[in-house]
Write a protein that binds this ligand. Structure first.
Ligand code: FHN
Length: 596
């Protein structure tokens, strides 16, 4: 059904193009479908194939390879950026980089310890770099001598050992494979451009002699549950065909959307960011580093806190996605203790509260009136409360009767109060979790939610108060932080993201308004300019945001120009014009003030 719709919308989209282009595009689309062995599967087949992955919600990404030895330092000089890119960033000649291989002897590597850690951390699957962009195969390969067997003194097969260890722990096992970029083998792609004549060659020949055979080896020798492609540079239809051929014998393997040339794969892969909503009709997985590098980097201690990593997991699952959290073991095979600690902390929380994560589906509420997230499993609704509201926790819009409310970690039953307007109120738990307290609501049926659309009317005095909690956000990153009264719009790191409110202007109330923002922006991190659009049209109101003392220091600023509102409903939207630095701003509210 979905495929038919896709095909239909594709043909509609082609309609306005010249016939020749239409034919070429249609041919390409058909070919892309015909080379993806899963293209014809039904929704039921796909659901069955994705079942374990959708229930898993949390996995371990491991970036490990030759780059883990220098750990971001080459010839005594720190090399900027992610450590696994050291060869490209430092423009290290192929032969020089290859001298790392005889040094690769990670005697402390213990696949069982890694798998046990993943298990303790509450993760359900593991994905490891079988070959990253540096071209080194961490498995024994017949297609290249730049592999663990031929080029290193280690002589063991970490991919085989980890696959086995994961099996023992009941974890699904997957491999990452850089199918196009390869900075070692002649012809491999290099997205920053090649820097050594040894790299010159034909990409398509490279795919045939290295990539495709290695993918076949990975599928046949290690039986992975996931094949995680990366950086689809210049993949032709023929390349894809060669790489995908062995999937006919491995029909259940889950693949991501990074193979290239129009192959959708099974999962979307937002990297280092959490989308503001999930993806419609697509499975998705956020991949993220714990510090700033995927591979081990000795100087990178910019670790995210356990609290923010755990809240990321809760946030992602509340939007229906998976979290693939990365560790970078060092050249000896040891996962840095700061990473281990964080994984274990999250694991302890999951042990008590994991029911709110595993096997759940997305939050059915358009908005929550507390700082936290929600998920659903059958007739159960899970609330993860980041901060218990001083005025008590209430849940608006739930139509299904609530039978009981239990604090998952302690078993405490909470009192339930249902107001005439349907709002459910919960008594405060005796013990709150500093990061997130999970409440399990047992419902009489699957949750039915009906929240009226927010249309803001003027306050007494005539102002319109457009708060963060009542905003509609559109875009990739933007989201509400701290929805309990003091909420603000944050993570506004993508200038394409916008925020809007629907307002109603009463009869005979045509007035002109000043627009005042209450915002915060850290010195050196903003300097953005914004505009106000009314009903999709630029109103001419703009402003450039000066820094405040910090992201938490909120100050008022009146934008230049005035806004004329006529009776009826309108959409007031903030549109970034520029974002020279990290983020647009943190925004707490917008006030429209009538000009006398
Ligand atoms: O370049 C890589 C990077 O090293 C890392 O492997 C990430 C993981 O998603 N993928 C690439 C960039 O998208």
């Amino acid at each position: 059904m979905k495929r038919t719709l896709v095909a239909l919308s594709a043909s509609l989209a082609l309609a306005g193009l010249p016939l020749k282009t239409q034919l070429a595009l249609a041919q390409q689309t058909t070919l892309t479908r015909s080379i993806d062995p899963r293209a014809g599967e039904t929704k039921a087949q796909r659901d069955a194939r994705m079942k374990w992955w959708r229930e898993a919600r949390y996995g371990l990404f491991i970036h490990w390879g030759l780059y883990s030895i220098p750990g971001g330092i080459w010839k005594d000089k720190p090399i900027g950026g992610a450590s696994e890119h050291l060869m490209a960033t430092g423009k290290v000649p192929v032969a020089d980089y290859a001298t790392l291989a005889p040094q690769f002897n990670p005697t402390q590597f213990d696949a069982n310890r890694w798998a046990e850690l993943a298990k303790r951390a509450g993760m359900k699957y593991v994905v490891i770099t079988a070959k990253h962009h540096d071209g080194f195969a961490l498995f024994s390969s017949q297609a290249s001598t730049f592999d663990i067997q031929d080029a290193t003194p280690f002589k063991r097969d970490p991919i085989a050992e980890l696959a086995e260890a994961c099996k023992k722990q009941g974890l699904a096992f997957g491999v990452y494979y850089s199918q196009a970029q390869d900075w070692h083998h002649a012809g491999g792609a290099a997205w920053v451009g090649q820097w050594d004549s040894a790299q010159k060659g034909d990409l398509h020949q490279y795919v045939r002699s290295v990539s495709a055979p290695q993918v076949k080896e990975l599928l046949t020798k290690y039986n992975p549950a996931i094949l995680w492609w990366d950086t689809p540079v210049d993949m032709s239809q023929e390349d894809i065909k060669a790489i995908m051929a062995p999937f006919a014998q491995a029909p259940n393997v889950i693949t991501n959307n990074r193979l290239g040339n129009g192959v959708e794969g099974d999962t979307e892969t937002p990297e280092q960011r959490i989308p503001s909503t999930g993806f419609k009709d697509r499975d998705w997985e956020v991949c993220m580093t714990i510090n700033d590098s995927w591979g081990y980097k000795s100087l990178d201690v910019d670790y995210k806190s356990s609290e923010s990593l755990l809240r990321n997991l809760i946030d992602i699952t509340s939007k229906g996605g998976n979290y693939l959290l990365n560790v970078g073991p060092d050249g000896q095979g040891v996962i840095p203790s700061a990473e281990v600690e964080r994984l274990e902390t999250i694991g302890r929380w999951l042990k008590a509260n994991g029911d709110s994560v595993y096997g759940t589906t997305a939050n059915p509420f358009k908005r929550l009136s507390f700082e936290g997230r929600a998920t659903v499993k059958g007739n159960r609704l899970y609330l993860n409360v980041f901060r218990w509201p001083d005025a008590g926790l209430k849940l608006e819009g739930l139509q299904t009767p609530v039978q009981s409310a239990t604090v998952l970690a302690t078993g405490q039953k909470l009192q339930l109060l249902k107001a005439v307007d349907g709002t459910v109120r919960l008594s405060k738990p005796m013990k709150l979790d500093e990061v997130s307290t999970t409440i399990m609501l047992q419902l009489a049926g699957a949750p039915l939610v009906s929240l009226p659309e927010v249309v803001l009317a003027p306050q007494t005095g005539g102002n319109y108060n457009l708060s963060a909690n009542e905003a509609t956000m559109e875009g990739d990153n933007i989201q509400v932080e701290g929805a309990d009264g003091e909420g603000n719009i944050g993570y506004w790191t993508n200038p394409k993201d916008t925020v809007s409110w629907k307002i109603s202007v009463p009869e005979n109330q045509t007035k002109t308004y000043q627009v005042r923002l209450e915002y915060a922006s850290e010195p050196g991190k903003t300097g953005s300019a914004v505009a106000i659009h009314l009903d999709g049209v630029a109103s001419g109101i703009t402003g450039t945001l000066a820094s405040t003392a910090s992201w938490q220091d909120y100050r008022p600023m009146t934008l230049q120009g005035s806004l004329k509102l006529t009776p009826g409903t309108h959409i007031v939207r903030i549109v970034p014009l520029s974002k020279p630095n990290y983020g647009v701003m943190n925004l707490r509210r917008v006030t429209l003030i009538p000009i006398p």
